[in-house]
Write a protein of this length. Structure first.
Length: 179
């Protein structure tokens, strides 16, 4: 994962638990906390920080990963507003992630570890995203979808079935807008 992801995790922990909270997470994880946004660090390092944050905050790691995805959207909007502003709404935005957003991210960070999404069942009010990644961060994807929905002020229902954590070869995220 790129250092920028670590920066965003630090911002989230600091916002909620202060600098002391972040320092406690670093200590628990045995990390010096020196991350450069364009550098690449092992995925295990990020997961170690999430596990440490779970210890420090008492929240399940799964819940933190979701909250992290949700929080990331605010940071992405600050850094890349055009991706959001060019979309007419949540579904329109989500279908651009694989074809446009992550393609541009790859140009910026050539060694980024990005997932692969395919889409089907796309209508005005629904879409299915099939998520494939060796990192199996589908909870992060769920959080990113939640944050994006908040950005566009849209309500939705999500069905996540099947899931790679249950042995499937991809996670299918079925999103239906609720009006
Ligand atoms: C403007 C919006 C977005 C930007 C700029 C963006 C950018 C990024 C970046 C920089 C990474 C980390 C790559 C690395 O550390 O090597 C990443 C990873 C990821 N992104 Fe996005 N992203 C955006 C929206 C989304 C949305 C809406 C979703 C899901 C619906 C999504 C799904 C993911 C997932 C699941 C990962 C983790 C890596 C993996 O699963 O393999 N992204 N993205
Ligand atoms: Zn899944």
């Amino acid at each position: 994962m790129k250092g920028v992801v670590f920066d965003i995790l630090r911002d989230m922990v600091e916002e909620q638990f202060g600098l002391a909270g972040w320092n406690a997470v670093l200590e628990q994880a045995g990390s010096d906390g020196l991350y450069l946004s364009t550098q690449t660090y092992p995925d295990a390092e990020l997961l170690g920080l999430v596990a440490a944050a779970s210890q420090v905050t008492g929240k399940p790691a799964d819940e933190l990963v979701f909250a992290f995805g949700d929080f990331m959207v605010n940071e992405f909007y600050k850094r890349f507003p055009d991706f959001f502003d060019n979309a007419s709404g949540l579904i329109d935005f989500l279908v651009t992630i694989d074809r446009i957003v992550h393609v541009e991210v790859r140009k910026l960070y050539p060694d980024a570890a990005l997932p692969h999404f395919t889409y089907d069942n796309q209508h005005r009010d629904e879409v299915t995203m099939h998520y494939r990644s060796p990192r199996k961060l589908c909870r992060l994807a769920e959080g990113l979808i939640a944050g994006s929905a908040r950005h566009f002020a849209e309500q939705y229902q999500l069905k996540h079935d099947p899931c790679m954590h249950q042995g499937a070869d991809c996670c299918s995220l079925h999103i239906t807008l609720v009006r």
